[in-house]
Design a binder for this molecule. Structure first.
Ligand code: FMN
Length: 359
């Protein structure tokens, strides 16, 4: 990897530390991270990723085995740090249920009770799977778990959406910070759910501020979907980039075609941040449901994970019908830059293009 710009030397150091050939990390994407996508990215020299939030322990281990059977490349396993159990409000949930009934099947009375898999059991499964990297979002792992990770030589990448979160992650032992700008597709990683919509910092401001505030390497995430974005992130101080939406149109991502097509057709202003799918703020295509659910007069979403349970029937029906209007179609603001090409070609275009800009 010849280098003339100091940013390239920084990326090279990162690649050496993490045994990568290119400083491109696939973003962990719960519900959108089949092994096939990680195999392709890892084979191209980048880092594979599994957003394990919704996966029971056996599925986490099976995912790691599937990737290892097909690739020697490294990958990260990722979990959300759970929020405290939310308060419940039966009449507010009734209003959401009635609203959702206009968009999909009638919502079962107990739909809001659905809970994600047990966090501790998922943590154990991640340790047993033994990835090179474990990452976190929405908070920090308990210190006892961090110690166990480190004892096994597993590195910890912690997502942060503010300078304060980045500093607390570094203090807790994170080996690198993933600075997630508000351009990012999917859920915002704010440690406190209530701050996800008020502390909306764009990557151009967040990245250099985090780089100045911590000593560990910083990985840039949010709205990076072509070589210009990769080069800009490296110049702003990143050691690597993490790309989510930019890989979602690849055939290996196996997305419903309506979602993949909408990604290719969405200008930055045609995405929005909403709690209407899960109760946690996330950026999606501004679909008919997302717009209606965020319009004045719509019932406020229930907190996470209650809202996720309430919208499950609608979301399932949308995937079955390939209906973008009611699909949970996460997308970052640079969605339209995503290429409908094999993931190896996307990774190559991102990195070789960035090098050409920086050499
Ligand atoms: C479909 C989707 C699901 C996501 N799920 C997770 C997740 O489970 N864990 C996580 O840390 N980040 C998750 N994210 C956020 C990504 O890690 C990353 O911050 C984001 O994709 C970067 O922005 P970009 O999509 O514009 O590239 C998700 C993003 C998308 C698009």
């Amino acid at each position: 990897m010849p280098h003339s710009h100091p940013a390239l030397a920084r990326a090279e150091t990162f690649c050496k530390t993490y045994d990568l050939r290119v400083p491109i990390l696939l973003a962990p994407m719960a519900g959108a991270c089949p092994a096939s996508l990680s195999i392709a990215v890892a084979d191209a020299g980048g880092l594979g990723a599994c957003g394990a939030l919704l996966m029971p322990p056996a599925a986490i281990k099976a995912w790691a085995s599937e990737v290892r059977a097909a690739s020697n490349g490294a990958f990260q396993l990722n979990l959300w740090i759970p929020d405290p159990a939310p308060p419940r409000d039966a009449s507010a949930e009734d209003a959401v249920r009635a609203f959702l009934g206009q968009w999909g099947p009638a919502v079962a009375h107990d739909a809001g009770d659905a809970a994600p898999p047990d966090f501790s059991a998922q943590c154990e499964a991640m340790l047993e799977a033994g990835p090179a990297i474990i990452s976190s979002i929405m908070g920090l792992y308990p210190s006892a778990f961090v110690e166990r990770m480190k004892a096994r030589g597993i590195k910890w990448l912690a997502a942060a959406t503010t300078v304060a979160e980045a500093k607390s992650a570094e203090s807790a032992g994170a080996d690198a910070i993933v600075a997630q700008g508000m351009e990012a597709g999917g859920h915002r990683g704010a440690f406190e759910a209530s701050k996800a919509e008020s502390a909306m910092v764009g990557l151009f401001s967040l990245l250099p501020a985090v780089v100045d505030a911590v000593k560990v390497p910083v990985i840039a995430a949010g709205g990076i979907a072509d070589a210009r974005g990769v080069a800009a992130a490296l110049i702003l101080g990143a050691s690597a980039v993490q790309v989510g939406t930019g890989f979602l149109r690849c055939p290996e991502a196996k997305l419903p075609s309506a979602w993949a097509d909408a990604i290719g057709a969405s200008a930055p202003e045609q995405t929005l941040v909403t709690r209407a799918f899960s109760g946690r703020a996330g950026r999606s295509v501004a679909t008919a449901y997302a717009r209606a659910a965020t319009a004045s007069g719509a019932p406020p979403p229930a907190p996470y994970p209650v809202q996720r349970g309430l919208t499950q029937a609608m979301r399932n029906a949308a995937v079955k019908d390939n209906d973008i209007d009611r699909m949970q179609a996460w997308a970052g603001q640079s969605a339209a830059l995503a290429l409908a090409k094999p993931a190896a070609e996307v990774a190559y275009a991102l990195w070789e293009g960035a090098r050409a800009i920086l050499l």
